[in-house]
Design a protein around this ligand. Sequence first.
Ligand code: NAD
Ligand code: DAU
Length: 338
Amino acid sequence: MKLLVCGGAGFIGSNFTRLRLRENGDEVVVLDKLTYAGREENFHDFAGDPGFRFVHGAIEDPQAVASVLEGCEIIVNFAAETHVDRSIAEPDAFVKTHALGTYVLLEAARTLKGTGERELRYVQVSTDEVYGSIEDGSFSESSPLRPSSPYSATKTGADLLVQGYFHTYGLPAVICRGSNNYGPYQYPEKLIPLMILNALHGDPLPVYGDGMQVRNWIHATDFGRAIGHVLEHGAPGEVYNAGGPDECPNIEVVQRIIELTGADESLIEHVTDRPGHDRRYSLSSEKVRALGWEPRVRFAEGLEQTVAWYRDNPWWWEPIRSGDYRAYYERQYGRTLA
Ligand code: NAD
Ligand code: DAU
């Protein structure tokens, strides 16, 4: 297959691209705006593959999108602003990329279908955050959508737009909603890489509130394979949840990272909680399991591998930690990194 992977220079998109090139023998064109989170370094081991091409451009730019569609059979849209804390501070880019960007991609697919030339399939990569918080049990695909933050509200808007294009124009689109991803190449603003790098440097470990918020962790390769199952076997118009095998309160995640890095427990610092913080996410993934998908990586093993990857790959994170990320960190946490 030939895939257009939007947002493929980011964390999950680059892991997904690697899988599709290596395990499936697909051709992949990545379209990415290269925001602070998108990095060409993430292509380091497959940049020269004959089946791979990178185009620098934004999904909200119709010309950039039109220029990369030739021969593509499927659009997989990862492109997004993805950090909840940034969406609270500056929601603007979240609205543009999620609403306008998704619209431009859907319009491109609709226009192509209208010419009768060929029908592009479409996969929207979405999140468990569209359902909001749940105390007990798990969300299914038919649970009501109750997003809490500008990030999740705009991701919900994008999902609804995709469903509108399926119902109105018959666009063969599916949505895959993942739980919290972790693994290599994740930008260090997110909980796990932030705590790993801070622990390795002896920086304080900032736990929001009481740290008893629960997340359901899925390794990025497991989520990538779930998206693969959905694009190969999913029914048009359907939503598929893909949750990880293990859930864990944040404070326990941080304690495990302390053990794995050999850092001192006194580095833990409880800081002011995130406004509107969702207490717990949990997904039922029965529907995607029925397509033949199973997560392969348990959290304990995946976390150990992830800590080892960050420890062994300073070439990847040093330019980030000594660049714009420092200013972001100071704004967000009110202190300077070591
Ligand atoms: P990321 O921030 O690492 O990467 C996002 C990528 O999108 C970057 O390469 C960025 O440059 C690109 N991008 C942003 N705006 C763009 C635009 N307007 N045009 C083109 N490219 C643009 O994010 P991630 O964690 O890899 O998340 C990828 C997708 O998966 C997102 O849609 C996110 O909502 C979803 N998701 C993430 C998680 C998670 O835990 N990280 C969980 C479930 C779903
Ligand atoms: O659930 C899927 C979502 O997971 C994705 O859609 C988002 O794109 C992704 O960013 C992630 O959102 P979270 O808000 O859950 O991830 P984050 O890594 O920011 O935070 C995880 C938990 O850790 C959350 O309860 C907040 C807490 N946290 C986070 C940071 C950055 C802290 O306690 N301290 C921190 O410094």
